[in-house]
Design a protein around this ligand. Structure first.
Ligand code: SAH
Length: 347
């Protein structure tokens, strides 16, 4: 049997290569695997029986080994150019995905875990500990099902929903291979971004991954003192270690990385923090995305004032840092990380 099979009980969790191995092992030909892949991602059929050019015996064996079930969409909230979807998984757990309409196309923010163990103090998702990792098919289906509902293509994917993607590394890479494949969802690697809170060993491993996927790192503080207070992961992988790993990543991949930096009032938004941040990222091929904090009902942190956000931005600019302020989406519909799911669970 092919490698990793126990994780691939749903057909949407298989790469084309996995399928080819499956067909070969069942005495069939490789090219039938491509036919099946096309039924799934080109024709988008929802049953094995609809795959009319695949032999009956093969279909029977596929039905025995794999489910072709989709997820359930149990809630949709729409607000201008953002739309949030709540999914129910086969075991009754809930996850969410957010669609953002940009002028360059539709972008979707997918979840990678049920709950999250990273415990960042400002983040709603981490209020619920990790229950389990998402399987690759559960990530693929977030995209496929939203495309169907929308009747439009999704061109960009960010893995920035609930969960720490690098804490679900193998399924994440499997997911990337399926959605990036030209006969799969054909989403270009440069249109895919994964965001991590800074799991150093995985960052190093990811520097050797062949697809040109963008890396974003949730930094949120310019020094260990502040970062330790808001992101427990910093105790395991302090800033110096993180920066060393990122240097390796940039050197190996030749890619520019993104730092995310949420501006939290009186915590990490002082002029001194901006100066320290500029110094920290000097000489690294990166840009900083400043994120106005999305306040939630449950957590005590406050958003920085617009004046302070602009001051912070200006200081970085003056120090030659590439910096942008993130356009805000979805404040009205609780689209910030984990908010929709937490609301559902309060009901
Ligand atoms: N675990 C990964 C990906 C999920 S979080 C990571 O930490 O990068 C995606 C981004 O949203 C992170 O930068 C996270 O810090 C940020 N975020 C979490 N809660 C937020 C909030 N209330 N307002 C704005 N950004 C938030």
């Amino acid at each position: 049997m092919f490698e990793g099979c126990e994780y691939m009980k749903n057909i949407y969790g298989l790469t084309l290569e996995d399928l080819e191995n499956y067909f070969l092992e069942h005495g069939s030909k490789k090219f039938h695997a491509l036919q099946l892949f096309l039924w799934l991602y080109d024709q988008r059929v929802e049953s094995f029986d609809a795959m009319s050019n695949i032999k009956k015996e093969m279909l029977e064996s596929l039905k025995k080994d794999f489910s072709i079930d989709r997820l359930k969409i149990v809630d949709v909230q729409e607000d201008e150019d953002v739309c949030k979807y709540l999914f129910e998984l086969a075991d009754g757990e809930h996850i969410e995905a957010v669609l953002m309409r940009h002028d360059y196309g539709n972008s979707i923010c997918v979840s990678s875990q049920v709950g999250c163990n990273m415990g960042c103090k400002f983040c709603e998702s981490g209020r619920r500990k990790k229950v389990r990792n998402l399987e690759a098919y559960e990530m693929v289906l977030q995209i496929l099902m939203i495309e169907k509902l929308l009747g439009e293509r999704i061109s960009h994917v960010v893995v920035m929903g609930i969960g720490e993607p690098f804490d679900n590394y193998d399924n994440l890479l499997q997911f990337f291979q399926i959605i990036n494949h030209p006969k799969g969802l054909a989403i270009g690697a440069r249109h895919i971004t994964v965001s991590t809170c800074g799991l150093v060993p995985k960052i190093l491993e990811f520097s050797d991954f062949p697809l040109q996927i963008n890396l974003a790192v949730s930094l949120h503080a310019p020094n260990n003192e502040i970062r330790n207070q808001i992101m427990p992961i910093n105790k395991a992988y302090p800033i110096e270690e993180l920066m060393r790993a990122l240097k390796v990543y940039v050197e190996k991949t030749n890619r520019r990385l993104t730092f995310e930096y949420i501006l939290l009032k009186d915590i990490n938004d002082s002029d001194a923090c901006a100066m320290e941040l500029a110094k920290l990222v000097k000489n690294l091929n990166c840009y900083i995305n400043l994120i106005p904090y999305n306040e939630t009902n449950n957590i005590d942190f406050k958003r920085s004032s617009t004046v302070q956000i602009m001051r912070f931005y200006d200081i970085l600019k003056k120090n030659s840092v590439n910096v942008t302020i993130r356009r805000e989406f979805g404040g009205n519909i609780s689209a910030a990380c984990g908010q929709l799911r937490s609301k559902k669970e309060e009901l």
